[in-house]
Design a binder for this molecule. Structure first.
Ligand code: R5P
Length: 290
């Protein structure tokens, strides 16, 4: 079956690289808003019988989801044989349980919303915490890719004498894997979250690591309060040369400014376009679709 790539606006930085590596042609299309805010979609290429890989990171998902579904349905109506959603960042995975009565378990509800429109989902390091496997909530086949080898390589080439720091128990999985790849020791801290921007990080004694360069690693930097508070504790403990690595740099509202104010170096993968993108994961995606 002939493969093609459709790059959702805002994903050109990674989509074009994936197209270059795979050699798959890119499908042209129009996507714009009518004056009333509704979306207009038009394909500019024949897609009959093709397997189409839509590349669309799902940060800011509410503003993308309707047009993404319209695009998928238009591909289907125009005869595409298979439609694969490649979402380097997969949204809505953190609200994976009802914390208070009456709340939406958004991870489940979002999965139900988009599953019917795609034949498969590929994503990178989704936030799997209380949900252990995407197939528990997505009714289409899913494939999870891991950025850890890319992150470890970046650390090996850029940081001398690193200590990998996971800011909370949920980051254990990334911290352990990245540390192994970077031949570095790792510690995992304890976090209590009181609200979107109110977190408390508990710091162990890091005296034995005082000559090391702390590299914080987390899957998501959203409000950046988790990273910021961890950096502050490390500074208080006398540590310097701190690096913060996020797989998915969402940086909502003033998050980037807050984290920058800590003086730490901030690095992300290019799963979401941002000035901190230094770890290129386009090869990871290309390898999974070709
Ligand atoms: C959740 O525990 C995640 O692994 C991240 O630690 C969290 O999403 C970071 O959020 P924020 O940047 O808003 O503190």
């Amino acid at each position: 079956m002939e493969n093609s790539i459709l790059i959702y606006p805002g994903n050109e930085h990674i989509g074009n690289k994936v197209a270059e590596i795979t050699g798959f042609p890119v499908i042209g299309f129009m996507l714009r808003s009518f004056p009333d805010g509704e979306s207009y979609v038009r394909l500019l290429k024949n897609v009959e019988g093709k397997k189409v890989h839509i590349i669309c990171s799902l940060n800011q998902p509410d503003s993308k989801t309707v047009s993404l579904i319209l695009l998928a349905e238009t591909l289907r109506n125009e005869g595409a044989a298979e439609i694969v959603l490649t979402a380097p960042y997969l949204a809505y995975m953190r609200q994976d349980v009802k914390f208070n009565s009456g709340e939406s378990i958004s991870a489940i509800n979002y999965a139900k919303l988009i599953s019917p429109f795609f034949d498969a989902l590929i994503t990178i390091d989704p936030h799997l915490h209380r949900i252990h496997d995407l197939n528990e909530i997505y009714s289409m086949p899913t494939k999870v890719l891991h950025s850890a080898p890319y992150v470890s390589n970046w650390i090996k080439s850029n940081v001398e004498n690193p200590l990998i720091v996971g800011p909370d128990e949920e980051s254990y999985q990334w911290a352990e894997e990245v540390a192994k790849g970077a031949n570095a020791p790792f510690i995992v801290l304890k976090k209590t979250r009181y609200s979107d921007k109110d977190v408390k990080i508990e710091m162990p004694d890091v005296h034995e690591y005082r000559n090391k360069c702390p590299v914080l690693i987390d899957d998501i930097i959203s409000s950046a309060h988790t990273m910021h508070q961890t950096v502050m504790h490390l500074i208080d403990a006398g540590m310097t040369g701190i690096v913060c690595i996020g797989v998915h740099g969402i940086f909502g509202e003033d998050a980037f400014r807050l984290l920058q104010s800590s003086g730490a170096k901030i690095i992300t993968t290019n799963s979401i376009i941002h000035s901190t993108n230094q770890i290129d994961i386009s090869q990871l995606i290309a390898g999974s679709i070709s």
